[in-house]
Design a protein. Sequence first.
Length: 196
Amino acid sequence: MPPDLKWKICWETELQVDDHAQLSEFFRNTYGPTGEFNAKPFEGGRSWAGARPEMRVIGYDPYGVAAHIGMLRRFIRVGEVDLLVGELGLWGVRSNLEGLGLTHSMFMMYPELQRLGVPFAFGTIRHALYKRVDRLCRGGVGTILPGVRVHSTLPEVYPDLPATRIEEPLAVVFPIARPIDQWPSGTTIVRNGPEL
Ligand SMILES: CC(C)(COP(=O)(O)OP(=O)(O)OC[C@H]1O[C@@H](n2cnc3c(N)ncnc32)[C@H](O)[C@@H]1OP(=O)(O)O)[C@@H](O)C(=O)NCCC(=O)NCCS
């Protein structure tokens, strides 16, 4: 772990304009290489892509933002069951620090989720990250749900484009206040909002 890394956990209202500008640059640099359009949502100083987080864990080093994860409490519908989750997203580590295990430090979100009484944390991840996420989940910390379809609204509505999207990403569940066997059995998840 780099010795000069400092972590902060904060609510969204605690962030100032400069913080958003710094995070926006971090996301453009971190998400840009993952796909042609993936840096686009972060143009213009925006520090979120779809839904906006309410809490963030941010790692800083002398070069600026080094790592980030965001969280938003929301109700999703799993099969027929409406379920409160802390959705995790906007997960990133600056490229020169990848593979060092910084994600483990982001688990400082965990006691906050416990304090908030959230039954589960939940996130969706692209399949290319299966090996990394599978390692993170070992020992029962989290579970990757196979074959789940996730229906989300798109952040913007355009006259000639669909308003929603259905994907089959890797869905990951972290049991917080309830055990994993209480996660509903449905294979369709409706966010009724945009992905975090
Ligand atoms: C995805 C991302 C955040 C992962 O960051 P990272 O620094 O590699 O994460 P970590 O080092 O904490 O890796 C987590 C685990 O995967 C392992 N790992 C890292 N790289 C790996 C690889 N290429 N293959 C398999 N396992 C790997 C790590 O060793 C660690 O396991 P450990 O518990 O044994 O230490 C980072 O690559 C990133 O920012 N990518 C661009 C943005 C992005 O795609 N975000 C996710 C959106 S869904």
